[in-house]
Design a protein around this ligand. Structure first.
Ligand code: NAD
Length: 347
């Protein structure tokens, strides 16, 4: 594996820890991108990669992404990510090994679930460290499944972008899994009209039962609608799909919606308003962070309800400065981190 400081996705990361335990068949990475605003928060992804180098690429990119998402959401957290790319037969032992690594970082990284990880995994990690969230909550406390909060943040953002109401407006929802379905329920309750697509028949049927219209998976982005809402996988906005978009607004919870930097400019050139993904989809990490900080559910609700104003602010800033919304969001985050770093330097 190449050294992390020479990796093309290296972006001033503070630390990257590699852990291999051949006896139990475990290999993992923890990338700490930034602790300028607080402990580096970000989930643990469990994934099989074609090549080990891809695990490092993911760890570096995802941890940087968490710095941006957490800072934008005004959370007292930096950005980090764990990636487990070799999992032995004794899964609990592997998760405990990961927990030991988290513990060794002394609180500079706080983990939780990401793709491939379960609550049982978090419980195993918790046997070795307290720097873990994503474990079912106690009554009144924040915690548990983050996706309803992500759905709420996306819903409120869409509502704000439509001028305060979704009543009678059409929203094309790509992906109706945990977040997308929750979003559909909220849109429906508020009088929105739904067009949906999903590759998973059961998830699709659940959304259709809300009275949604179905679109083919490869055409949902092109449907006539007021908003196109990506809630499936990343890179859905690209050179192929953007020219076919019909909705004047794109706002959804999927991570990494723009396939390349150029796709932000492509959207703008077509007069489409793009709500940057990490501004919209912060509800989940807000919930995870509140669990870790021991905050109440009411505090989570208040933080999630602050998302739409932030989305409008980012878009207005981009317009005022003649830049793209995702560039405006990145600039706001960089300023926030620079201010925190210089005030730390002074104290
Ligand atoms: P999920 O797996 O529950 O749902 C994803 C859905 O997308 C599934 O129903 C899947 O069948 C569908 N899908 C996959 N490929 C598709 C395609 N080509 N066309 C249409 N549908 C397709 O995942 P989720 O938790 O709902 O997350 C959805 C997105 O939101 C992901 O990008 C995730 O990274 C992001 N996100 C989720 C959270 C959260 O709280 N769960 C937080 C932030 C961001």
């Amino acid at each position: 594996m190449m050294t992390w400081r020479s990796h093309p996705s290296f972006d001033g990361h503070e630390d990257v820890v590699f852990v291999v335990d051949e006896a139990i068949g475990f290999a993992g990475i923890i990338a700490v991108h930034s602790t300028a605003l607080g402990p580096a928060g970000g989930g643990c992804r469990i994934w099989r990669y074609a090549r080990d180098e891809e695990a490092l690429t993911d760890a570096l990119r995802l941890s940087r992404g968490m710095t941006y998402k957490n800072a934008m959401a005004d959370l007292p957290m930096g950005g980090g990510k764990g990636v487990i790319y070799k999992m032995g037969a004794d899964r609990a032992a592997c998760m405990e090994k990961f927990g030991e690594t988290v513990e060794a970082l002394g609180g500079r990284y706080v983990t939780a679930e990401d793709v491939g990880a379960t609550v049982a995994d978090m419980r195993a990690i918790a046997r070795r460290t307290g720097f873990v969230a994503g474990i079912p909550k106690e009554v009144g406390q924040a915690g548990g499944d983050p996706s309803p909060w992500t759905s709420l943040g996306a819903f409120l953002s869409i509502e704000a972008l439509l001028g305060g109401s979704v009543q009678g407006r059409t929203i094309a929802v790509q992906g109706v899994g945990a977040v997308g379905f929750g979003l559909c329920v909220l849109l429906k309750e508020a009088g929105g009209k739904l067009i949906v697509a999903d590759v998973n028949a059961a998830n699709l049927a659940r959304a259709m039962a809300l009275g949604a219209e179905q679109a083919p998976v490869d055409r949902i982005h092109a449907c006539a609608a007021d908003v196109f809402s990506p809630n499936a996988l990343g890179a859905g906005l690209n050179a192929r799909t953007i020219p076919e978009l019909s909705a004047p607004i794109v706002c959804g919870a999927a991570n990494n919606q723009l396939e390349t930097e150029d796709d932000g400019a492509r959207l703008q050139a077509q007069g489409i308003t793009y709500a940057p993904d990490y501004v919209v989809n912060a509800g989940g990490i807000i919930n995870v962070s509140a669990e870790y900080l021991g905050e109440s559910e009411a505090a989570v609700d208040a933080r999630v309800r602050a998302i739409p104003a932030r989305v409008l602010h980012v878009i207005a800033t981009a317009k005022a400065q003649g830049i793209l919304p995702h560039q405006a969001a990145d600039a706001i985050v960089r300023n926030r981190i620079a201010a925190a770093t210089s005030s730390k330097g002074r104290s």
